[in-house]
Design a protein around this ligand. Sequence first.
Ligand SMILES: Nc1nc2c(ncn2[C@@H]2O[C@H](COP(=O)(O)OP(=O)(O)OP(=O)(O)O)[C@@H](O)[C@H]2O)c(=O)[nH]1
Ligand SMILES: [Mg+2]
Length: 520
Amino acid sequence: CLVGNLPSPTCAFALMVRPPSHCMHSPTLPIITTSLNMAKGGVHGKKTRMINATTKKKKTSNPNAPGKHRKTSKRDRPPEGDNKSDRKQSTSTSTTSRPKLSILGTTKKNAPPWQVLGEKDMKKNVEAEIIRRERIKLGIDSSSAGNTNKETFRADVSGSNKLISPSDRIMLNWKRFNPVSTPSDLTLVGAYLEKRLPPSLGVPEVAFLGRSNVGKSSLLNKLVAKVGGDTARVGKTPGATAAVNLYALLGQPKRKGGSLITGAGGAKPILGFADLPGFGFAKLSKETKESVEDTAELYLGKRRELSLGILLVDSRRIPNEDDRAVLAALFDMGVPLIVVATKSDKLKSSEVDMAMAEIRDGLGLPDGQPLRISCVTGEGIRELWSIILDACESRVEELKLAIEEGRDDGGVMRMALDEDDDENSGFYDDYEDEDGDEEGEYFDDDEDLVYDQGYDWVQNDSRFDNNMDDVLDNFYDGDQFIEDDDFVDEAQWSDRTEKESFKLKNLKKRVDEMERRGEI
Ligand SMILES: Nc1nc2c(ncn2[C@@H]2O[C@H](COP(=O)(O)OP(=O)(O)OP(=O)(O)O)[C@@H](O)[C@H]2O)c(=O)[nH]1
Ligand SMILES: [Mg+2]
């Protein structure tokens, strides 16, 4: 893993990856940059370090490859003098014998659950990265094919933050300082499986990744701290999210006849949040598990507007091979990345430093990461918003440049980028319905919508019943899951009526789907 600095002192986020498939800068360059400017993490200044990328090839096969049953064993915390019995390790690898981080050396064999590049390609990436750094030192910005300096690059993209309009930006900035009460709304666009990608919203997206039960959905809800609309399903049992669930964070609501129009018809999306299923995929049938993996892989590898991957790890756990492999996969896929340590409220203050150091070492992260967050105390939420905003804006800039240089056609994002006059228009104008009514239709398009909120649907899916053996095989072995009985975020569950109507909605969808499949 190569870790270095972004030339820009203003960049607030800590780890960015941009490899070939996704890269807007150059055809072959992965870019990993760090800029350590965590407002709350106590990190000042920047650091550059390089970790030798030539790592030993592992002989073991992937224990988490689709269809394989992974047995894990509980282990006491090994470091001497550490009496924190409440922290758990979920792999049989001890801390003392933990292999050196092998992000770039990870091969397909030992990299669950998503694709990674072969060793040869990874080496090429490393060489390309070294060259890129040299060019930056010499003042040549390789991000624009080597013949444009940084000033020109900045001038070219001025005004390209249009996807996040000035007013939305103000709102999002405001959200960072008032994370609890916000007028914005969250809408579930759909839940996707079977290699079906969500429709493009034409706005930057952020993906939440991490082991089952680590707190992905909770974090999404906390970031939005919404007052209405949808919430991501949070569960005490791992496997609550069992599809790629795409949410749209809506901007300023519109007014009609003096009253506010809320929901999809009233406001346009300004950011997309993809709540990915946790790896481990407890309680899912083999078939569903594979479908989930395929879809997640496709989403991460192909999503043009994906601006940031947030990899969540539990503060109380030492990262395992799964975490390392996902980090490697994200690197290879070119997804800019920030690692956050969740449930920090569960740590005693005397445990914090050691816990963060273990995660940092376990994943080979630069200083300043992981970012500590808690959905209970709100720790780290503002910092994360800063990181998200910076990442989204960078992505918009990259994309705009790539379109200008003919390296990317921009897809749906282009519509928004092409709009000069109305900063918020573009995408939605192309979705006017036949009567000329603006918007709304887009979210009603059920063709791509597999089901609302994957879990309930999957639980009752006939495939689930038919594969009981697989289900038992893959059943969560109790090793990773830490009880969180004491935490219920009121933002996640509003009132009873809302829950009931949500259940009814799910039920109706299931009936429709069964009818479509001819089962009833
Ligand atoms: N104490 C505490 N509990 C949390 C926090 N975040 C999440 N939890 C709890 O952790 C459990 C799992 O949360 P989810 O958000 O469903 O986790 P997930 O990663 O989305 O899980 P999957 O969908 O199964 O992959 C729930 O019981 C939450 O209430 C936190 O910051 N502090
Ligand atoms: Mg979830």
